[in-house]
Design a protein around this ligand. Structure first.
Ligand code: GLP
Length: 271
């Protein structure tokens, strides 16, 4: 029998509604725990969420003044101020618009002279902040989380990694649409570090994500689908729009047309 704890699944009618719901959840968490330590993703998926957070902050409904953030990953060898760096992305979409204190914003250094030392420094910084309270995640089409790419093995801790061609293509927009300009290497928080977060919210939107969402939730726990390792965590909320939830069996989905929540019963543990 499968005795593993289920995911909590939330399906929203629109991306806007989804983003607003997660932003409210984060604002609530900040009220309960002002010194919240957030793990943050990049990519297209959280863009709407960051806009909602900016608006809540401007309206005085989300206070980041005591919070800390740790980004998941960063390209290697890109100057930090380059528009394609994740640091620039975060500045554009969130950091320069909210009341986070500069010293509480943490990113991996894309220009680090010694990437291995940089990874060790980052792990130490997460530990000294008391660990991640709430880790937000996107998911790559191939099932990656952060830059933990599918493979025969995964690194548990923050590490230097080589990006798959499809991941470089997915990030091409940040580099003028030319995937060959996307760095071939990156630094990423490891799966073990992600799994130590107290709470995880994975966000997926659009039909292109439906298959990897299904494999994450229903498939075997395998390094070939890094997000499937989230099945090992007991407090994961999967927040989807209808398109990304297309392959989730109806019994695991809310019945209502709008937003809803369901505990997701996994059928079995294979592989
Ligand atoms: C990128 C990032 C991930 C992100 C994922 C999905 O490569 N490294 O942190 O979650 O891929 O991106 P998107 O939201 O654009 O589909």
């Amino acid at each position: 029998m499968n005795a593993w704890p289920p995911f909590t699944v939330e399906v929203h009618a629109s991306v806007r509604e989804l983003a607003a719901a997660i932003a409210r959840r984060i604002a609530d968490a900040l009220r309960t725990r002002p010194a919240l330590v957030l793990g943050l993703p990049t990519g297209r998926t959280p863009v709407h969420l960051y806009r909602e957070l900016r608006e809540l902050c401007a309206a005085g409904l989300a206070d980041f003044s005591n919070a800390a953030t740790f980004n998941l990953d960063e390209f290697l060898g890109v100057p930090p101020a380059h528009p394609g760096s994740y640091r620039s992305y975060m500045e554009r979409h969130l950091f320069r618009h909210v009341n986070l204190r500069r010293e509480n914003i943490h990113l991996l250094d894309s220009g680090a002279a010694d990437p291995i030392l940089e990874c060790e420094r980052y792990e130490r910084a997460i530990r000294s902040a008391g660990g991640i309270d709430l880790q937000l995640l996107g998911i790559g089409d191939n099932g990656h989380i952060g830059f933990n790419e599918p493979g025969a093995s995964l690194s548990a801790r923050t590490h230097r990694t080589r990006l798959h061609p499809e991941t470089r293509r997915a990030n091409a927009a940040l580099f003028g649409g030319d995937w060959r300009k996307v760095p071939a290497e990156a630094l990423s928080v490891g799966v073990g570090t992600i799994l130590r977060a107290r709470e995880i919210i994975l966000i997926a939107t659009g039909r292109a994500k439906a298959s990897c969402v299904q494999r994450m939730m229903e498939g075997p726990v395998t390094t070939r689908v890094p997000a499937s390792l989230l099945q090992l965590h007991s407090n994961v909320r999967v927040v989807l729009d209808k398109a990304a939830a297309a392959f989730i069996p109806p019994r695991g989905r809310p019945q209502s047309a709008g937003a809803g929540e369901a505990r997701y019963p996994r059928r079995s543990l294979r592989g």
